[in-house]
Design a protein. Sequence first.
Length: 129
Amino acid sequence: MNRRQLLKGSLVVAAAWLAQPSRAAALGGQLPEPGRQAPDFNLSAFAIDAASPGELGLADFQGRWLALYFYPKDFTGGCTLEARGFQKDLAQFHALNAEVVGVSADALSDHASFCDSEGLAYPLLSDPT
């Protein structure tokens, strides 16, 4: 899989989520306009390779591609399949100087259990608001 295919697949995932205006509105958010730079963020993070939870933000990924995907809830069928797919392709993302990060409203303790259960080696961010 080449860089274009891998990143295009990631954008399809993001676009599918963004194509649900009622969900974004229900979560209190606004849809970003296509082609605009991602807004800066700093969120609580669970990373399997970190000694303890901390925060990650957009600036932490400067100089690298970022596949940032959003999902409703840890341990649900579709979200688990999506997370497994990103994990399966993680080495390919890294080979392209890209990182994968998942975001949901779940607590960090849920993310820790989810990462452990599914063998996820990429960070999950908690955005309860």
